[in-house]
Design a protein around this ligand. Structure first.
Ligand code: ZN
Length: 131
């Protein structure tokens, strides 16, 4: 894939994310994305460490679990804080575009029920399922 094509993918992803993440947060997310560490990153489940927070993207169940103070407010409006946006960005263009599109369309089509919307779950504490 050419750098140009990757750029176009990133643009598409950012455009989608912009529908569910406010511009300043998205800008911060782009900076944070370079520092995201993945504990799990497969097709069904993503567990990421972003700054001092965990972000869980349960892709199979279409659920976001996260617990920063900003997310507690944003989740009620189905919008993303910078940590969640950063984790999605860091997944790479393909996964990012898929998730961002679902989030964007979930916002738009939630009442119509055409797209099962992602749920936003505020967690105050995350315990990884290890042992
Ligand atoms: Zn956050």
């Amino acid at each position: 894939m050419s750098a140009e094509a990757r750029g176009a993918d990133s643009e598409a992803c950012l455009e989608m994310l912009a529908t569910c993440c406010e511009a300043k947060r998205l800008e911060r997310a782009r900076t944070l994305a370079a520092k995201v560490g993945f504990q799990v990153a497969d097709a069904e489940l993503v567990i990421a460490a972003v700054a001092n927070y965990n972000v869980v993207l349960d892709i199979k169940a279409r659920r976001i679990q996260h617990g920063c103070r900003d997310f507690q407010g944003q989740a009620a409006e189905r919008r993303l804080c910078k940590h969640v946006a950063a984790a999605i960005l860091a997944l790479g263009a393909d996964a990012c575009r898929t998730i961002a599109t679902e989030l964007a369309e979930g916002v738009a089509a939630a009442s119509a029920g055409e797209v099962a919307p992602w749920s936003f779950e505020v967690i105050t504490r995350f315990t990884p399922g290890r042992g």
